[in-house]
Design a protein around this ligand. Structure first.
Ligand code: HEM
Ligand SMILES: *[C@@H]1O[C@H](CO)[C@@H](O)[C@H](O)[C@H]1NC(C)=O
Ligand SMILES: *[C@@H]1O[C@H](CO)[C@@H](O)[C@H](O)[C@H]1NC(C)=O
Ligand SMILES: *[C@@H]1O[C@H](CO)[C@@H](O)[C@H](O)[C@H]1NC(C)=O
Ligand SMILES: *[C@@H]1O[C@H](CO)[C@@H](O)[C@H](O)[C@H]1NC(C)=O
Ligand SMILES: *[C@@H]1O[C@H](CO)[C@@H](O)[C@H](O)[C@H]1NC(C)=O
Length: 335
């Protein structure tokens, strides 16, 4: 037990030291835990109760909420711009491919309606998204942590910005790290937040070039050599049967894609990460050492590191004070 505790302390310390980043923390001080304590004391409870009621019946929505929060934060900061509908023919972040499923949007609209009923015009959509993602992870067996709140909602959403700023699954380590650093995040955040892929699904066309057409030459045998060949053959046989399949979905952490656990990191070390961006974590010595340090367990070590990085991600370029607005309906700006 002492040895485990020592490892926990070491890993956590390494993350604190390695993860210090002025940009996001400076922004972050604008947020605080319990921002709605006076203005809407039941706000967090309303979100949590709704999530705990509904996610067990539709557990795949948990991953959608988490991914939506990530995409929100990487485009114009965590300001719920990802939830806005397009207007007058101009396409919004929502319209960027590959897009997110509508189920998550409807889910958030329902939570927001409950909050508007109790505390009209008080709780931002950006905070609802951050809180719902946190609570949904808890329902799937993951950690609970305090989410700093006080984000305000943005007024603008542009499709092209999502295409440019959300990292692509074909990215190598250098480009992934640059993407995270452009948001004030650091290498440990990249490693721990990628652990989100322990839940949820991917469509075949998000990674099928690794099965069929890795070099662009195509034809039999043109698979990504860094993907476990047995696993790749299995995916071609049982899931992504053609190079152009864009409808079949694959569990990212097969067998426990609805449980927030260490399965992602364990699969990664077996070279079964679905995306090049997953495998990329093994191509950098520091990132790989981080992966190896948590994969053996206990899960609580990963949980703590993940929670810390989620707080940091949730602070990226947030709007506070007089910026933006508190949207009444998450899909449209107040008119
Ligand atoms: C490091 C760069 C990342 C890349 C390149 C990436 C890419 C992707 C891709 C391509 C998918 C599959 C989409 C589909 O085919 O339907 C996916 C799914 C997902 N991603 Fe990431 N992702 C990254 C980081 C993150 C982060 C930081 C989070 C959250 C903290 C996250 C959470 C998720 C979740 C939960 C899913 C499953 C969604 C569902 O089941 O509906 N990802 N990601
Ligand atoms: C946003 O767009 C969706 C899908 O097109 C639509 O169903 C919904 O009614 C729109 N929401 C608002 C508030 O206009
Ligand atoms: C997602 O993409 C599909 C096909 O490209 C489109 O029909 C659908 O409306 C999009 N969903 C959202 C929420 O934009
Ligand atoms: C990573 O990818 C970028 C763009 O695709 C490329 O320019 C760069 O050389 C790659 N870096 C490494 C280390 O492979
Ligand atoms: C394989 O990749 C090349 C280059 O990206 C592309 O031109 C070709 O159409 C792809 N083949 C298939 C079957 O997707
Ligand atoms: C899937 O591919 C077909 C054929 O190429 C295309 O017509 C369709 O729009 C695609 N669907 C999505 C969701 O991308």
């Amino acid at each position: 037990m002492a040895a485990v505790a020592a490892v926990v302390a070491m890993v956590v310390l390494a993350a604190v030291v390695g993860g210090a980043s002025a940009a996001s923390e400076e922004e972050g001080w604008k947020l605080r835990q319990g921002f709605y304590e006076q203005s809407c004391p039941q706000a967090e409870q309303i979100v949590r109760h709704f999530v705990e009621q509904h996610v067990p019946r539709a557990p795949s929505v948990a991953a959608t909420l988490l991914r939506t929060h990530f995409h929100d934060c990487f485009v114009r900061g965590c300001d719920a711009s990802v939830l806005l509908n397009g207007t007058d023919g101009a396409e919004a972040e929502k319209d960027a491919a590959p897009n997110l499923t509508l189920r998550g949007f409807a889910f958030l609209d329902r939570v927001k309606a409950l909050l508007e009923h109790d505390c009209p015009g008080v709780v931002s959509c950006a905070d609802v998204l951050a809180l719902a993602a946190r609570d949904a992870i808890g329902v799937l067996g993951g950690p609970f942590w305090r989410v700093p709140t006080g984000r305000r909602d943005g007024l603008v959403s542009v499709k092209q910005e999502a295409l440019d700023q959300v990292p692509a699954p074909t990215m190598n380590f250098t480009d992934l790290l640059a993407s995270f650093q452009s948001k004030g995040l650091e290498l440990p955040d990249l490693v721990w937040l990628s652990g989100a892929h322990t839940i949820g699904i991917a469509h075949c066309d998000s990674f099928s070039e690794r099965l069929y057409n890795f070099t662009g030459r195509g034809g039999a045998g043109d698979a990504d050599p860094s993907l476990d060949p047995v696993y790749a053959a299995n995916l071609r046989r049982t899931k992504c049967a053609t190079p152009t399949d864009n409808t079949t979905i694959v569990e990212m952490d097969p067998g426990s894609f609805l449980t927030f656990d260490l399965g992602y990191y364990r699969g990664l070390l077996k070279r079964r990460g679905l995306f090049q961006s997953d495998h990329a974590l093994l191509t950098d010595a520091a990132a790989r050492a981080d992966v190896e340090s948590v994969a053996g367990g206990p899960p609580e070590v990963f949980f703590q590191l993940f929670a810390r990085s989620m707080v940091r991600m949730g602070m990226v370029d947030v709007k506070t004070g007089g910026e933006g607005e508190i949207r009444r309906h998450c899909a449209v700006v107040n008119g």
